[in-house]
Each structure stands twice: as C-alpha cells, then as structure tokens.
Write a protein that binds this ligand. Sequence first.
Ligand code: MN
Length: 356
Amino acid sequence: MLTAHRNVNLLIQQAGQFRPNAVVIGDDSLYRKVFDALDPLDIKVYSGEKSLTSVVEMDTIDVVLTAMVGYSGLKPTLRAIESGRQIALANKETLVIAGDLITKAAKEKGVNIYPVDSEHSAIFQCLVGDFQNKIEKIILTASGGPFRGKVYEELKYVKAAQALKHPNWDMGAKITIDSATMMNKGLEVIEAKWLFGLDNNQIDVVVHPQSIIHSMVQFEDGSIKAQMGLPDMRLPIQYALSYPDRLKSDFPRFNFMDYPELTFEQADLETFRNLALSYQALEKGGNLPCILNAANEIAVDAFLKDEIGFLEISEVIEQSMGSIDFLNHPTLEDYVSTDIETRIKAKEIINKWVVH
Ligand code: MN
C-alpha cells in the first residue's frame, strides 16, 4: 500500500516499480489520473482524506510509515495505533502535538513506535543493547541550517529562496524552513521526550555543522554513545523497517579522511528564538506544544509566500502562545480545537502586518 497527498507522478512511478495491492491519493481531484495509470497494472486506487485515514486498518498491513507533513499526520497515526499496527514515525509533529495521547495509546495496544527522524533513529540505535540501562541525558545534534552564525540584524531581510538552501540535507519546504529557524530542532526536542520517556532536563542540543554525528546518548556511568554516518535518510528509514536487523546496503560510506574536523557549538537561542519557544512549550506542556506547532505551520506558510519576514515567524508563534487558552490535560478534541483556534489567531496576527 502506498499513499500520497498530491504528488501524483511520484505515486504512479513508485506504484509501477513496487506493485502494491492498492494506492490512495489524498486529493480527490487527482483520482482519475492515478486510476488511468494504475488500473491497467491491476492496482486498486482510492482517494480522499478519509481513505488516507481508514486505509491503515487493512489486515494485510504490519507497519505503517507515517511521513505526512505537520498536523495532518495526527489522526492517521492515531488510527493506525488503535488498529494495532506498528509505527515507523517520520511525522514528528504528531508527537509534538499530542505525545501524551499517542504514547498512551501505543502502550495500551502494544504498538512500538520506531523513529525515522535521523536524530531519533540515532538515539534508538545507541540504545540497542542498553535498553535496561538508564539514560542520563541525550544530546540532539543540529546542523544549524543555512543561517548558522548569523546575527539577528542579518536575518531581517532573508527570503524564502535563501532559507530553502540547506547545507547538508535535501528535504521538503516546510522542514527546510524549520531547519533554518531551528524550529525543527525544537520540535525534535519535544519528539524525543515522548519517544524515549525523558524528563525535560534530559534533552540537550548541540550544533554540529557537519551532520556526521546524528545524535548521542549519555548513560549514568558517563559513557556517551554516538551514531555516525553520512547524512542520508535512506539509512534511518531502512532501519525503522528492518529493526532489529541491519540490511546490507550500498549507500555511500563515511570516510574520516574527508572530514578532518568534526566541530560543535552552542545553539544561539537569542537569534533563533523558535528553539527557546519550543523549550518553553516543552516545560509548560498541555496544549502549548500544539499551539507552537500550529502557529509555526501558518507562519512558515506565510514566509514561503513572502508575506512575512524571517524573524516574524517567531513573533507569530510567541504571540499565538500568549493568546490561546492554556489547557493542562487536553483531550484529542481539545487538541483539534486548539489547532483550529491557533491557525485562525496566527492568520489574524499576520494579516494585521500585511494589510497596511
Ligand atoms: Mn531530524
């Protein structure tokens, strides 16, 4: 089973190559195109957001890899967990928004959540063989993105096109902007809390521009394990699906002589305020991470359309966090309404700037 939201051509190409029993295209208007291409190959075609969510219940599915962008991943992931499917999670926002509900549901259903995010895959790989040992802390590495080392003033006028040039990873637009603002790392801090059951003060971030060490775990004896390799998402994706086995691959190998220096820096929380805001959301909990995420999705979208400046992304998020009602123990319905309310609020904030 393969699914896609709107990327018809890639869906058709992959379905032709891997021959799944069925595919789902999220956007109804693209059904005909997919049907015409895949019906001759005897591949069933479904469409619509509802099909995307219900398809995870099919008996033939063992593992669901959720790789949707942002909030859209929440409900399909929850449905997959409730259907007892193992999860390979690439959609970090799901855990950011509702980590408490997701991890509780997974526990009740005996579902494992295997991380696909490279940092969390690294931590998971470091934990293999050490599951019985307590973690003292984890150290998430961050590349620092395209604006590492820049000061506040220099970031005022940067445009989406500049922010979209990531030095090490080739990714989608949303996550690339998140990487430039350091929001990606902020979301990953919250994701790590839920994946590994950590306290807030057990999660450190260090900037490591080469992106060779993908993250580290420090144990109670002081020993640190790191997982290393070239930045290549194929490895964490493969490991999430093959665990506990390691499958032979021909991915390019890391050569120490190509990297005579691996360097480390403190993250700049004053320039990259999204990371500081993420730590605040983590600390207060409740629906605050959900607010942080929704405001960020709206702000990034506005930045990509050149409606707001780079530094205003944090402004939208901070103002949203200050104006939506705080809920200490939200239900799923509360998260859904917090998400909607925050999007409306964030758009209001943006419109006030854009109009005059
Ligand atoms: Mn990552």
